[in-house]
Design a binder for this molecule. Structure first.
Ligand SMILES: [Zn+2]
Ligand SMILES: [Zn+2]
Length: 136
């Protein structure tokens, strides 16, 4: 499954074969105001390519443990990552996937009430774990 930001600066290539995933609508202010809805899958390798680093920024919110990869040209955030034990974990913004219509409607989740240990455990269990980030 391919995707990326609207202008093509941040490109995603995701080896996903499970279309039964239910996207997660995070309840935090940051995600709500940007209409960010996330999907992820263990064991489905994800490649992230940034074509023009000048139009690329990493932004943070809240505890700052998650990197939101922001295209400063088209203002979209196609992907977020978190490093746990030196390994990248990632969630993909459904709105930035070409085949987003295959997914069910998003389910709201309250991620803000989780403790740090809980959120790390959940990322390990649910987020994409074979992540390659290339900045050209
Ligand atoms: Zn863009
Ligand atoms: Zn959020």
């Amino acid at each position: 499954m391919r995707g990326g930001c609207r202008c093509g600066n941040i490109r995603l290539s995701w080896q996903l074969v499970d279309y039964s995933l239910v996207p997660r609508q995070c309840d935090c202010e940051f995600c709500r105001s940007r209409e960010l809805v996330w999907v992820s899958k263990q064991g489905a390798p994800l490649d992230i390519d940034v074509m023009v680093p000048e139009h690329y920024a990493v932004v943070h919110q809240g505890t700052g443990r998650v990197d939101f990869h922001h295209c400063t040209r088209c203002k979209q955030i196609p992907v977020a990552t978190s490093v746990i034990d030196h390994q990248y974990y990632a969630v993909v913004n459904v709105a930035c996937l070409h085949d987003r219509a295959v997914f069910a409607p998003p389910r709201p989740v309250d991620l803000t009430s989780a403790t740090m240990d809980e959120s790390i455990a959940r990322r390990r269990a649910n987020w994409c774990s074979q992540v390659t980030l290339r900045i050209r």
